[in-house]
Design a protein around this ligand. Structure first.
Ligand SMILES: Cc1cc2nc3c(=O)[nH]c(=O)nc-3n(C[C@H](O)[C@H](O)[C@H](O)COP(=O)(O)OP(=O)(O)OC[C@H]3O[C@@H](n4cnc5c(N)ncnc54)[C@H](O)[C@@H]3O)c2cc1C
Length: 497
């Protein structure tokens, strides 16, 4: 067939480039040739160290040994994100990967909890969530149980450079060809308008049928060559800069990311086996770089081991993430601040989508439109979830927080919040990576309390309700004494014990 795709060229060797190459090679196998071009001179963005549980699917598809993975990427376990000072200064809540209690058909556990609360039996909803209990206690184990009551979904924190190197080794071993070189020119076919070849600085020409643009924020193919256009979401998410710095590891590594709000932005703390990753995400309209640097360095809690590095960004989305025969993956496809660690997931999801819609017989408008429709929806849903953290704040200590509280947000988001506020209902949209329990935790954590609950929660007597809550708590607490500390787990597991 004339337009058959037999060679894919990946431009860029950051997390996006190597994850794309590894997944495409593993799933599509021998018939598709894959060549990755990267330039050491340009380098990678070098951040992106916190993930969410779907990363486990990537490892499963690639057939990665988890202990080896943890050792080589200096990973730690992530059970949750702890949000500090987000609703009001001094308060904290967790967004865990778990879920409180045990839900039953048609009625989530939080409806029972709401009913008890309205009857004057106050309790902390997170006390019914094993992820929270382990995160707070600094514990972790891979529980081998079949009861969803004791499920403990987890993700990883890893060193971004080591992760890229790990995937590179994996990919090259399986036949991905790596070419070192700076792409200086992109040639377009005069008739069909598709990218035909790349010209490197040393004159080498690289041809391909399908191009994956993983060239980072610059978007070498999708923006610089194809001028695809960008939808800017800065009016909803005003942070436009980050400053990152590594610091010495703490004596104890805890199994969660910290997100600490400041007067015009927030700071991340990511524990790795050998160091901490830190950074401040901020609005340049509110902080100068010097102020940002002072805030970041004064709040490190361990000695900095490098110089702070500034990374400017523009929040938004590339309008057509698949344009002609170019698919933008990673930072070239858009940027959402790392508040919920979603960017690496978006790389995974983009490649999985591309594999599902792979244009083996040539690029067609139908495939491209479907890909772009799904990508847009997915980006928008994550965007709304992130906006919610800002919009639902009750801080009164700076213009930044007052402005974000008073902004007009997408209508779908206000509908979601109002539905939950009025009767505790939450629905997960198709293509939404965030489950009901995620929406629940962040809405509650940001101070939205349901005024009513589902009538099924009335099916229990007051005493039965009390017993249900007490038993659930007891069951959730049961495995805790046998679960080792997170550090003990890492030591034992990485040694293969
Ligand atoms: C401050 C910050 C914090 C983040 N934190 C998280 C997080 O906690 N969790 C998460 O999931 N995501 C996070 N992200 C996002 C994450 O870092 C990225 O999604 C991920 O690193 C992928 O980047 P990339 O591969 O698209 O780009 P890059 O790492 O920038 O790689 C671009 C590649 O393109 C190559 N290249 C560019 N131009 C050329 C050229 N002309 N010729 C040849 N090669 C070229 C470069 O050499 C490089 O190899 C964060 C991002 C930022 C900015």
């Amino acid at each position: 067939m004339k337009n058959r795709i037999s060679k894919v060229v990946v431009v860029g060797g950051g997390t996006a480039g190597w994850m794309s190459a590894a997944l495409l090679k593993r799933v599509l196998g021998e018939p598709i040739e894959i060549e990755l071009v990267e330039s050491e001179e340009i380098g990678i963005v070098g951040v992106g160290e916190a993930t969410i549980p779907p990363i486990q699917h990537v490892n499963a598809v690639l057939g990665i040994d988890e202990a080896e993975f943890l050792r080589e990427t200096k990973s730690t376990i992530k059970l949750a994100i702890r949000f500090e000072n987000w609703r009001v200064p001094g308060e904290k809540y967790y967004h865990t990967f778990g879920a409180p209690g045990r839900s039953q058909a048609f009625c989530h556990f939080h409806h029972f909890w709401t009913r008890a609360r309205q009857a004057g039996h106050e309790s902390n909803l997170w006390d019914y969530d094993l992820n929270y209990l382990c995160a707070e206690a600094g514990k972790f184990a891979k529980l081998q149980v079949n009861d969803p009551m004791w499920e403990m979904p987890y993700a990883y924190h890893f060193d971004a450079s080591l992760y890229g190197a790990y995937l590179r080794k994996y990919s090259e071993k399986r036949g991905v060809k790596r070419t070192e070189g700076l792409v200086e020119q992109v040639n377009i076919h005069p008739e069909n308008g598709q990218v035909e070849s790349l010209v490197l600085r040393d004159g080498k020409i690289i041809t391909g049928d399908l191009f994956i643009d993983c060239s980072g924020i610059r978007g070498l193919l999708i923006h610089k060559k194809l001028n695809t256009g960008y939808e800017d979401w800065g009016h909803w998410l005003p942070c436009d800069r980050a400053m990152a710095v590594p610091s010495e590891r703490f004596e104890e590594t805890l199994p969660y990311t910290r997100s600490i709000a400041h007067s015009a932005g927030w700071q991340w703390r990511i524990p790795l086996q050998h160091r901490n990753g830190n950074g401040l995400v901020y609005s340049s309209n509110h902080y100068s770089d010097d102020e940002a640097s002072n805030i970041l360095l004064n709040n490190l809690e361990s000695k900095a081991t490098g110089e702070p590095r500034i990374i400017p960004f523009r929040t938004g989305r590339t309008r057509r993430q698949w344009n002609r025969n170019v698919v933008a993956v990673g930072l070239s496809s858009g940027f959402l601040e790392p508040l919920e660690s979603t960017s690496i997931y978006l790389i995974q999801s983009a490649i999985v989508r591309l594999i599902h819609l792979f244009p083996h017989a040539g690029v067609t408008p139908g495939l491209v439109d479907e890909y772009n429709r799904q990508s847009q929806r997915e980006y928008e849903l994550i965007r709304d979830f992130i906006i919610m953290h800002y919009y639902l704040n009750e801080r009164d200590d700076s213009r930044f927080w007052r402005d974000t509280r008073n902004m007009d947000v997408p209508e779908r988001l206000t509908q979601k919040i109002e539905l939950f506020r009025s009767n505790g209902s939450i629905f997960q949209d198709q293509l939404d990576i965030f489950l009901e329990s995620s929406w629940l935790q962040v809405m509650l954590g940001q101070g939205v309390m349901p005024q009513d609950y589902h009538p099924i929660a009335d099916s229990l007597s007051d005493q039965q309700l009390q017993e249900k809550l007490a038993n659930t708590r007891k069951l959730k607490m049961e495995p805790l004494p046998k679960i080792p500390s997170h550090d003990e787990f890492l030591k034992m597991f990485c040694q293969g014990a």
